[in-house]
Ligand binder design. Structure first.
Ligand code: CU
Length: 571
């Protein structure tokens, strides 16, 4: 953690907490970007534990219907719906977003561009506080009368809109309010990231010298800003439908439930790239460090990220192929959806080309980076089946979709996060994580992950519909072979969750007893590795603020020649 004892005042703008909070308060009321990053990180991890627990409960119910789940008890149909809904909501909005964008964005952007803090430190602090409020409202919504919201994370009306269909009115309104408030937090954070990247870079750092992960987080913030407006408008209308009896989504009163689907997915698909791009940025930077090579095609990654972002606004209706949209529209959206795999495939080739001929070191973060590629590829390829409107008629709302989705989102939210966390841990806390424990945790996560979701692909192709509580009314899903597949998935989940204890153990033991990291343990060549680990308040002493004079990823003070990688120097 940053230590205000070594607090040296410098930089253009004042840190208002310079003489401010001390002791425990400095971790709650700080405007230091590193502390705010930790707040987002820890809140996100806490929410991940809750989201993971929910997955455990409903996967137990799916594999062994009617069982009394240890730690929870019997699952009622309403509870099942609430668990599934909130698992999805939490993992996307309260884990992937805060950790990948807010935590890594806050921690990395100032350090990697050589700035002493964000441009708007107080807005930054407000952003986290608004986010925390949204998380509290969400958690409260699980315990109000009628239980948590159970209308799925997509919250389609009429299920979500009308008291007649929906028995959990207060829970659903609180859920909706929590999501909307959370968006405010990320708008505040995103503004800060963009302005900071544009204005606070170290002398000499030109646009193409900015590390890719910073670019990716900023591009993601822009995507989020451009896509979230229609959804917030839609959410306000849905909130009115729920609370004051308007009929925006009620056909009987001239409304249209499909309108929500358009507004939701106009946000929902770019949202995938909002969290994917930071994860790719982390992966690419980690791979460059551990392949000891410059990123092959830096500009190509940047341009393909922008292309992906632009295209992502023209694919949303692929979620609605069976919602009754015009079949000619379905053709158009099939084409745009398949097109978007081109820039993503290009990024994969960039990663392969960066690895090619590199002096690869298989450290824990590098393993996570390579696993990200491999697993995300499965998610991407299965997406092509779903993006083709003809095939989607069969696959829609089956476990195939669910498995596809988790093969994209698990690599993003979990693998990408572990990759970044294990890589920057020495910078964040000044000590190394245990590499052996890190690798045990890696394999204990990756192998079970595949055993959870490959059976679900098979189940989906066998016709298992998602969002089913038990198989009482579906004798075709109650065969022994289908149960076997579900049980494999559930047992694999239990194994994977158990291995997360290794991670927490490693984290806390390394925090106390890990080997001292020094400034640049990985021999990386981005700016954050030129300062102390952990960096002091203000990041660098005033007279040592970094500058960049050699081009992308070649930072430096003239007296740090030993840090350069000779094979990377421009010839
Ligand atoms: Cu989509």
């Amino acid at each position: 953690m940053a230590d205000t004892a070594v607090d040296v005042h410098h930089g253009e703008h004042a840190h208002d907490d310079h003489h401010g909070p001390s002791g425990i308060l400095k971790y709650i009321w700080s405007t230091d970007h590193k502390i705010i990053a930790m707040q987002y990180m820890f809140t996100g991890m806490f929410m991940a534990v809750i989201g993971g627990f929910m997955a455990y409960v409903f996967r137990m119910q799916l594999a062994f219907p009617g069982i009394s789940v240890p730690g929870f008890g019997q699952v009622s149909p309403g509870e099942y719906n609430a668990l599934v809904t909130n698992h999805g909501s939490i993992m996307i909005f309260w884990v992937a977003m805060p950790v990948l964008i807010a935590a890594f964005g806050n921690y990395l952007i100032p350090l990697m561009i050589g700035a002493d803090d964000m441009v708007f430190p107080k807005i930054n602090r407000l952003s986290y506080q608004v986010f925390l409020l949204s998380a509290i409202i969400l958690l409260v919504s699980l315990f109000v009368e009628g239980g948590g919201f159970g209308g799925a994370w997509t919250s389609y009306p009429p299920l979500s809109a009308s008291g007649e269909y929906n028995q959990t009115d207060l829970g659903s309104s609180l859920w909706l309010a929590a999501v909307a408030i959370e968006f405010v937090a990320f708008l505040l954070g995103g503004i800060n990231f963009i302005v900071t990247l544009m204005n606070s870079r170290a002398p000499g750092m030109k646009a193409y010298d900015i590390p890719l992960v910073c670019w990716m987080i900023v591009i993601a913030s822009i995507l989020f800003m451009l896509s979230v407006g229609p959804l917030v408008a839609g959410a306000v209308m849905l909130f009115f439908d729920q609370t004051i009896g308007t009929g925006f989504y009620d056909p009987a009163r001239g409304g249209d439930p499909i309108l929500w689907q358009h507004l939701f997915w106009f946000f929902g698909h770019p949202e995938v790239y909002v969290v994917l791009l930071p994860a790719i940025g982390i992966t690419v930077d980690v791979i460059a460090t551990f392949a000891r090579k410059k990123i092959f095609g830096y500009k190509m990654v940047l341009y393909t990220a922008v292309a992906t972002g632009v295209l992502s606004f023209f694919v949303w209706a692929h979620h609605q192929f069976i919602a009754g949209i015009d079949p000619r529209m379905a053709n158009v959206f099939t084409v745009t959806t398949l097109l978007i795999s081109v820039p993503i495939a290009e990024m994969c080739f960039v990663i392969i080309a960066t690895l090619y001929g590199g002096a690869i070191r298989l450290t824990t973060p590098m393993l996570w980076a390579l696993a990200f590629m491999a697993e995300f590829l499965i998610g991407g390829v299965t997406g092509i089946f779903l993006g083709a409107s003809g095939a989607d008629i069969y696959f829609h709302d089956t476990y195939f979709v669910l498995a596809h989705f988790h093969y994209t989102f698990f690599p993003i939210a979990i693998i990408g996060t572990f990759c970044g966390f294990t890589y920057w841990f020495p910078k964040m806390f000044g000590r190394m994580m245990n590499d052996t424990l890190g690798k045990i945790h890696f394999w204990g996560t990756i192998i079970p992950f595949n055993f959870i979701f490959i059976p679900l692909f098979v189940l989906g192709m066998g016709g298992q519909h998602r969002r089913i509580y038990n198989y009482e009314h579906f004798p075709e899903l109650a065969g022994a072979d289908m149960y076997q597949l579900r049980q494999i998935a559930t047992i694999a989940l239990l194994v994977m969750l158990a291995f997360q204890l290794v991670f927490f153990y490693n984290w806390f033991v390394s925090l106390a007893k890990g080997e001292k990291a020094g400034k640049n343990p990985w021999k990386s060549n981005t700016l954050e590795w030129t300062t102390e680990s952990p960096p002091p308040h203000g990041n660098w002493p005033k007279d040592e603020l970094p500058n960049v004079y050699r081009g992308p990823y070649e930072y430096g003070h003239p007296d740090r020649e030993e840090d350069y990688w000779p094979q990377n120097l421009p010839s």
